[in-house]
Design a protein around this ligand. Structure first.
Ligand code: NAD
Ligand code: UDP
Ligand code: UDP
Length: 306
């Protein structure tokens, strides 16, 4: 697995080890953290390799999960050229590895391929509305190009691919300073600091709890070879960012007030997955709703306050 020391990857590794698999975690620790995987080092079926996926990788494995890529805007905009390289060259290297090993390969794609969408909720057949030269493009276009590569290796070389389009996901092990809305709001609320609301807070997102998401990954990987995706994986319950702030303030009992800031360039106004394909092909739908997932995430973040 690439990106295995990150928020989602480390959970996926936990699930794979629980069911008896052996896991090689390949990560350059750019946004990942050793603390996310330190509980695994005594496990003989776990191996960590510090490696940047922009360079070729020669290992022997039975299947590949490709998750390596910074996911939060402040992280992927920190070195945008590296972000595109990670998505595109990383995909080429992992697809080359899968081709040599004749093994199936999973890609962590994103709802960002839909950009600021004109179709709502987003279905997999919508081609998206993405600015190719904006500040989010390194991530959005990098992931779009990676999808192109996955489907060309699939058509041209018969590789078995599994492409998931992940919608906003949150939960324990999110980086507390990753700048994403859930981590920012919880940390600010726990510290009684002002909640940074970008724009008027009327933009929407649909938040999926990480356990639901990882279950969707495993089910997609287990589908028949003709199911290549892309498949939306996310929670269709949509909230405005203002509603999220109010919920976080309520659940933490915080004295925080709202601090309105400018909306960043190209910030999508709405986002909600249509998960009909996931329901049909994976028999999957999310189980954990926002209030319950936030309560668990708030408990995790309490350790980072002070
Ligand atoms: P994360 O930043 O916690 O994890 C990404 C991991 O990739 C980190 O451990 C990082 O060190 C590693 N990485 C980055 N560049 C690398 C490189 N060049 N070589 C090797 N490792 C590298 O993010 P996450 O939330 O766990 O996201 C995992 C995947 O899911 C990413 O591909 C992301 O684009 C995708 N995704 C996540 C979300 C979400 O809401 N969390 C939404 C859509 C898509
Ligand atoms: N690659 C890799 N590990 C492997 C096999 C290939 O990292 O086990 C890389 C290799 O460096 C190449 C890329 O994957 O740049 C794409 O491989 P592919 O075989 O598709 O292309 P080619 O080598 O023919 O250019
Ligand atoms: N956002 C916000 N305050 C913050 C962080 C984010 O209002 O402190 C907004 C952001 O402008 C966006 C939404 O919350 O409209 C989700 O942002 P995030 O970075 O979590 O994810 P993405 O934009 O990639 O979906």
């Amino acid at each position: 697995m690439t990106g295995g020391a990150g928020f989602l990857g480390s959970h996926l590794i936990d699930r794979l080890l629980e069911r008896g698999d052996e896991v090689v975690c390949v990560d350059n620790l750019f946004t990942g953290a050793k603390r996310n995987i330190e509980h695994l080092h005594s496990n003989p079926r776990f191996e960590f390799m510090r490696h940047d996926v922009c360079f070729p990788l020669y290992v022997e494995v039975d299947e590949i999960y490709n998750l390596a890529c910074p996911a939060s805007p402040i992280h992927y905009q920190h070195d945008p050229v590296q972000t595109t390289k990670t998505s595109v060259i990383g995909a080429i290297n992992m697809l080359g590895l899968a081709k040599r090993l004749k093994c199936k390969i999973f890609q962590a794609s994103t709802s960002e391929v839909y950009g600021d969408p004109h179709v709502h909720p987003q279905t997999e057949d919508y081609w998206g509305n993405v600015n190719p030269i904006g500040i989010r493009s390194c991530y959005d276009e990098g992931k779009r190009c990676a999808e192109t590569l996955f489907f060309d290796y699939h058509r041209q070389l018969g590789l078995e691919v599994k492409v998931a389009r992940i919608f906003n996901t949150y939960g324990p092990r999110m980086h507390p300073a990753d700048g994403r809305v859930v981590s920012n709001f919880i940390m600010q609320a726990l510290r009684d600091e002002p909640i940074t609301m970008y724009g008027d807070g009327s933009q929407t997102r649909s938040f999926c709890y990480r356990d639901d998401l990882v279950e969707g990954f495993l089910r997609l990987m287990d589908t028949a070879p003709d199911v290549a995706g892309p498949v939306n994986i996310g929670n269709p319950n949509e909230f405005t960012i203002r509603e999220l702030a109010e919920l976080v303030i309520g659940l933490t009992g915080s004295r925080s007030t709202l601090d309105y800031r400018p909306l960043p360039q190209d910030d999508p106004m709405q986002r909600q997955p249509n998960i009909a394909v996931a329901r049909d092909k994976l028999g999957w739908e999310p189980k954990v709703q926002l209030r319950e997932g936030l309560e668990r995430t708030i408990e995790y973040f309490r350790d980072f306050v002070n």
